[in-house]
Design a protein around this ligand. Structure first.
Ligand SMILES: Nc1ncnc2c1ncn2[C@@H]1O[C@H](COP(=O)(O)OP(=O)(O)OC[C@H]2O[C@H](OP(=O)(O)O)[C@H](O)[C@@H]2O)[C@@H](O)[C@H]1O
Length: 239
């Protein structure tokens, strides 16, 4: 068991064990085909699977680059290795419906980490995030090396879900928290194969949480991506 801490807070799930097996595998796993991309921002052409990283100016200072949300259509889970897949979660430990149910089916060990985290911290998770390492991935396995990002945007689910205003208010801090954890992970990663290479998200909050996507998108676009080294998030929805 290896716990990666920053400011005395658990940065990644505690049972993200066996990092050595995740670490530095010299794999040559075929990359899935790129999703069909539909540009809805003024991003540079064919930004494709590469998450832009923040750069420094001539004085060596980080430039302020707002988080850019690039929308595409395709299979959300058909993502390259080392992608961080992000979705919104309740704090009750349930991935029982919507895209969360698909996460539970595809990444059962990750689900246990999520559920344990909720058992431990419950509603204290609101506005925070959990970064789960690729615990379902093993060398040469068919399960891709995907990190999972849980944004705790509502305390409850179903009828007990928080108000749209509350969910919206929790979304930006939760994403800030996730990107902080992703940055910290990449800085500590032993080698390139361990790092998060890009960030992919569904239209969080827009389904069962019933918050209009444009509102969540606008809130996330105010984040200074250059603080974290990630300035682009690809949002992939079914075609
Ligand atoms: N299989 C699939 N493949 C690809 N895209 C899929 C998909 N299924 C849905 N989408 C899309 O994914 C976006 C988000 O829609 P969702 O309704 O999932 O999530 P949300 O963020 O509004 O709400 C979170 C709560 O839903 C869960 O349910 P439980 O509480 O567990 O019951 C959680 O645990 C939370 O509590 C929408 O664009 C959907 O079109």
């Amino acid at each position: 068991m290896r716990v990666f801490t920053m400011q005395s807070e658990s940065v990644v799930s505690k049972t993200s064990s066996n990092l050595s097996s995740i670490a530095c595998e010299q794999e040559h796993v075929a990359q899935p085909p790129p999703s069909k991309r539909r540009k809805t921002s003024n991003a540079e052409s064919d930004i494709g699977c590469t998450t832009k990283t923040a750069s420094a100016n001539d004085n060596g200072e980080s430039e302020v680059m707002r988080l850019e949300i690039i929308e595409a259509t395709g299979d959300f889970f058909d993502a390259p290795q080392n992608t961080l897949l992000v979705h919104a979660c309740n704090c009750e430990g349930s991935w029982g419906a919507g895209i969360a149910k698909a996460f539970k089916q595809k990444y059962p060990k990750a689900y246990k980490e999520y559920a344990n985290h909720c058992d431990e911290l419950h509603h204290g998770l609101i506005g925070k995030a959990q970064l789960i390492l690729p615990v379902d991935h093993e060398k040469n396995s068919k399960v891709p090396k995907h990190f999972i990002g849980c944004l705790y945007t509502s305390r409850g689910k179903g009828r007990r879900k928080d108000s749209a205003t509350s969910i919206l208010g929790a979304s930006k801090p939760a994403m800030n928290d996730l990107l902080t954890k992703a940055k910290a992970w990449n800085e500590k990663a032993a080698c390139d194969e361990d790092k998060i290479k890009e960030v992919r998200m569904c239209k969080i909050n827009s389904g069962l949480f019933a918050v209009p996507w444009d509102k969540t998108k606008a809130a996330l676009e105010t984040i200074n991506g250059s603080n974290y080294g990630f300035v682009t998030i690809e949002v992939v929805s079914p075609g």
